[in-house]
Design a protein. Structure first.
Length: 157
């Protein structure tokens, strides 16, 4: 697996946050490419974390933060529970569908726009949400990197 490096950007804050989030999304999807469903359900670590769960979790995180909380949309929220019928290909597809759904929200909103739903918490702006998704996606892509190396020795971003 090639070790892709993040893009070097000279644009503004918005472009940088969005492009780095896109890079981390792609990195997570690349990390699981070529893994069979049985291995994707396997957890070589004590926490029980699997590649399949990581991808499902990140699809739900994008929908939760950008569509539900920020944009106030009432769209189906992907469940991150791994069920017997789940496949890794289906989870990656669901994750990529989430990307396509959130792209219009990202392109139309300003970084200082605040979330419409706060769920009882202080309202955050799009800047915070993008930074949070960037750190969470990068964190879980790192988890996927370790899991993949333990499963079959493959490394790289």
């Amino acid at each position: 697996m090639p070790d892709n490096r993040p893009p070097r950007l000279t644009g503004g804050e918005r472009e940088t946050l969005v492009e780095l989030l896109r890079f981390q999304r792609d990195s997570l999807a690349r990390k699981v490419t070529g893994v069979d469903d049985a291995a994707a359900r396997t957890s070589p670590v004590g926490s029980g974390t699997t590649l399949l769960w990581l991808v499902k979790h990140m699809a739900g995180a994008e929908v939760s933060w950008l569509l539900h909380r920020f944009a106030g949309q009432d769209v189906p929220w992907p469940d991150d529970a791994v069920t017997p019928g789940d496949t890794l290909a289906g989870a990656v597809e669901s994750y990529q569908v989430a990307w396509r759904l959130v792209e219009p929200v990202l392109s139309e909103a300003a970084l200082d726009d605040r979330a419409r739903r706060t769920d009882g918490q202080p309202a955050v702006n799009l800047r915070w949400i993008l930074a949070h998704l960037l750190e969470e996606t990068a964190r879980h892509a790192g988890h996927a990197d370790i899991l993949r190396e333990l499963i079959d020795g493959q490394t790289g971003r």
